[in-house]
Design a protein around this ligand. Structure first.
Ligand code: 2M8
Length: 419
């Protein structure tokens, strides 16, 4: 395990700010130099949260930059292409410029976890900037309207993801089964990335799914009737619920009615229990209409809801603290339960710990007034970055760093955890 000289809080905060400075392109913060040279949607939301106290000007610019990529349908794309640097799949794969709803800036055609309502609320909480809320609120309301209108593919009140990339947890074991049900594809695409990432065969399927959706004109009807990958994910929907509640609180500042946002949150709350709960929360495969019985960190997304009933909170927290998750690892929170056959402490979303999911669970602990759990999550996460730096992810047992270095959300959320 790599050793770093001991750093105090002030020095760690300065390091975090300088990583974010270096990753700023003038209109967006890239997730990491080299590997991720564009603007990613939920990464930007985490950057907004982390910069809210320290650089509200930059937090505002970050969110506005991302919203330049919003489609006329309200869809907020998972990538806004910001630099001429290569990334696969880049603009030539998505061909957003050929779509009538796409903005002038080039984007992907998929979306990402809708954390932006919560990020706006966070920024408001730390700045009191009502004018900025008024400016951005309609765009986020449109994002939510898009999810409700175009992504409730199961008809039960949840938004479905139509690609593993939309979950933000690309190679999570939750997607193994639905991906295995797709035809075998051999494009032979290779990403320039560490070997610890996706199995190659799945990556070909990722590209195949994206091309099918693109060739169907990114149409909602195609997603509903034909697209072979459609999943209701508890983390994506837990985040959406939290953003709906944030919008309900912000609405009166803009002269809008908060009620529709609160009602949307209520619909998601009911649907999560109705459709994804079976002792714990699981993802539902809409193409088989079955729960995918793999427990990943995604299972804890619904904990972001302050209205989650106490029996469900207790069951989720017991699982989180058990030897299946952080009860057995030295650090919070493995991305997959460690007893699963698919658990792999070295591979990306199949085992390693991530600062963003740790932060989300820490926020959930705060929401439910679970102070000791919140402290454990915050301190464990700070221990990871103190020891290994702002890495993309970490081995949950020994805390060593994995993936790329100088990773923006690891730096940004460290700033928030230090506050
Ligand atoms: C990872 O996803 C991208 C595709 O969007 C990739 O694998 O190249 C994920 O960790 C995702 O959550 C994150 O937003 C993105 C950029 O950090 O990287």
């Amino acid at each position: 395990m790599e050793a770093r000289p001991a750093v105090d809080d002030a020095a760690l905060g300065r390091e975090a700010l300088s990583v974010l400075e270096a990753n700023w392109t003038g209109c967006a913060t890239v997730p990491a130099p080299g590997l991720y040279p564009h603007q990613w949607s939920w990464d930007s939301a985490f950057v907004v949260i982390g910069l809210a106290r320290h650089r509200p000007d930059r937090a505002r610019a970050e969110l506005l930059g991302l919203l330049q990529g919003q489609w006329a349908t309200g869809m907020l794309p998972h990538i806004v292409f910001r630099t001429p640097e290569a990334y696969f799949p880049g603009p030539s794969v998505w061909r957003s410029q050929d779509h009538e709803s796409a903005p002038p800036v080039l984007t992907s055609g998929l979306t990402a976890p809708p954390l932006h309502g919560l990020a706006l609320w966070w920024l408001y909480r730390h700045t009191g900037d009502v004018a900025f809320v008024r400016r951005v609120f309609p765009a986020i309301a449109a994002q939510h309207a898009y999810l409700a209108a175009a992504r409730d593919l199961g008809g039960g009140g949840l938004a479905a993801i139509v690609h593993p990339w939309e979950s933000g947890m690309d190679d999570s074991p939750s997607w193994d089964e639905p991906l295995a049900a797709l035809p075998e594809i051999r494009y032979g695409y290779r990403k320039l990335e560490p070997a610890e990432r996706h199995p190659d065969s799945d990556h070909d399927r990722y590209v195949w799914l994206a091309l099918r959706y693109r060739d169907a004109g990114y149409r909602a009807e195609y997603l509903r009737d034909e697209h072979p990958f459609a999943i209701e994910d508890p983390m994506f929907n837990g985040i959406w619920l939290a953003s709906c509640l944030a919008m309900a609180e912000l609405a009166p500042l803009t002269g809008a009615d908060g009620k529709p946002h609160a009602e949307q949150a209520e619909r998601i709350r009911h649907a999560l229990l109705e459709r994804l709960w079976d002792g714990f929360f699981y993802a539902r495969d809409l193409r088989t209409d079955r729960l995918i019985k793999v427990c990943t960190v995604g299972a804890f997304g619904p904990l972001l809801d302050p209205g989650l009933a106490s029996e469900h909170v207790s069951a989720a927290v017991d699982l989180l603290e058990s030897a299946r998750f952080m009860g057995a690892t030295g650090y919070p929170v493995p991305s997959c339960e460690i007893r699963a056959a698919t658990f792999d402490r070295t591979r990306y979303w199949r085992g390693p710990s991530w600062v963003n999911t740790n932060w989300l669970l820490r926020h959930a602990a705060t929401v439910h007034a679970l102070e000791p759990l919140g402290r454990q999550l915050a301190n464990g996460t700070l221990r990871l970055v103190r020891q290994a730096g702002f890495r993309e992810c970490f081995d949950p047992f020994d805390g060593s760093g994995r993936g790329c270095r100088d990773f923006s959300w690891s730096a940004a959320l460290t700033l928030d955890l230090l506050a």
